[in-house]
Write a protein of this length. Structure first.
Length: 145
């Protein structure tokens, strides 16, 4: 991949909003894939994809911990997760909880506080290869009250 790809897929720093192809996806990328747009073979594997789940409600803390452990030990037949970005509403916590994982390295922190009366909505994006979306969606849904 040429230059310009850094910071692209999934947005910027850990605390940034979840998004698709964010800043940094420009210069250098077009030349790296010029053949793909002119009938040549693409260098992207078609089994690599992403999907998002948005869910109103609050996550139960102990279920979140158990779920993160299960994601870290995802069976091979369920696919391979390259990256996860999430902003979560965790029960009993006034702040948005930001969770970010790349391969086997993860980080989490609290971001800004939820406004009084604001709907608690959690968002998660999975990027990976041959992912079992139904399995991953159900696992995520099951951590809510």
């Amino acid at each position: 991949h040429g230059g310009g790809h850094g910071g692209g897929h999934g947005g910027g720093p850990i605390g940034s909003p979840i998004g698709g192809h964010g800043a940094g996806h420009g210069a250098g990328h077009d030349t790296a894939h010029a053949g793909a747009h002119n009938g040549g073979a693409s260098r992207h594997d078609t089994r690599v994809n992403s999907f998002a789940v948005v869910r109103e409600g609050e996550v139960v803390p102990h279920r979140l911990s158990r779920w993160k452990q299960s994601i870290g030990a995802l069976p091979a037949d369920r696919g391979t997760i390259f990256r996860i970005k999430a902003i979560l509403a965790v029960k009993g916590r006034p702040f948005r909880h930001v969770f970010h994982a790349v391969m086997d390295v993860s980080d989490e922190d609290d971001a800004d506080a939820w406004a009084e009366g604001e709907k608690r909505v959690s968002k998660i994006v999975f990027i990976g290869k041959s992912m079992d979306q139904a399995y991953l969606r159900k696992g995520f849904e099951d951590i809510f009250e």
